[in-house]
Design a protein around this ligand. Sequence first.
Ligand SMILES: NC(=O)c1ccc[n+]([C@@H]2O[C@H](COP(=O)([O-])OP(=O)(O)OC[C@H]3O[C@@H](n4cnc5c(N)ncnc54)[C@H](O)[C@@H]3O)[C@@H](O)[C@H]2O)c1
Length: 251
Amino acid sequence: MSGALEGKVAFVTGGLGGIGRAICARFVREGAMVFAADLKESAAVPGTTFVPLDVSSEESVRQAMAVVQEQLGKLDILVNAAGIEIEQTIEQTSLADWNRIFAVNVTGTFLVSKFALPLLRRSGAASIVNFGSYDGFIADPGLAAYCATKGAVHALTRAMACDHGPEGIRVNAVCPGYVDTPMLRSFFRDHGDIHSLEAAVRDVHPLRRYGTPEDVANLVNWLASDEARYASGQLWVLDGGLTAQVQQMKL
Ligand SMILES: NC(=O)c1ccc[n+]([C@@H]2O[C@H](COP(=O)([O-])OP(=O)(O)OC[C@H]3O[C@@H](n4cnc5c(N)ncnc54)[C@H](O)[C@@H]3O)[C@@H](O)[C@H]2O)c1
């Protein structure tokens, strides 16, 4: 590894999830001091500090940022990777479910970024990486509310980049396709014949595989690093070529 993040302080929400874990592990290997924030502490990522966090609660976000303030007093990298998925059409979606997914995926990104800003300003060269999705550009059937949240994160990413670029804060969104994490596994499980679905998903990709959390961590690592110093306000699709095709599979 290159030590690209030596001396930097990073805060990763959803830091114990499939993608968040890979990002935390990569950041540690690159020399960063890493806060892995998540709802509950499960097997810790070696070299990180766990911070309990519910991104949908203003009080919880305030407390988490107070921990960063007390321990290190600045922040260089914020990754908003916490997210949930609800597999429903709008007709099947209750208002409570709609509000819940927006509270985590959109309000969570807003709240954590808002309360991280005072710490990020002290960096001089800060980077926020939000999590969008290819579902924010095109729709998977039966994921209506999820698609809407990711479209909102894309718009928020551009707006934050405009507002905070002059303060030395870059803001980008990573927009993965299918990535092999607990979220994807639960999606497969909910669709009956796991093996044929997994094969269908794999084979529809031009690269004939779905992504790994490490594939995503590679891009996040670059966006977080000073090598990406001129990259801001963009939505970085990482999907093995999936959305380059005219025809999508039917699930
Ligand atoms: N896996 C994919 O195929 C895929 C594709 C596109 C985008 N994404 C996005 O990538 C991000 C990470 O997804 P993943 O696949 O690692 O999912 P995951 O389910 O493995 O991890 C999500 C993490 O977020 C945490 N979380 C959920 N609600 C929270 C809350 N209120 N406060 C704090 N933490 C909370 C969970 O505890 C979990 O650790 C998500 O934003 C997701 O929408 C994933």
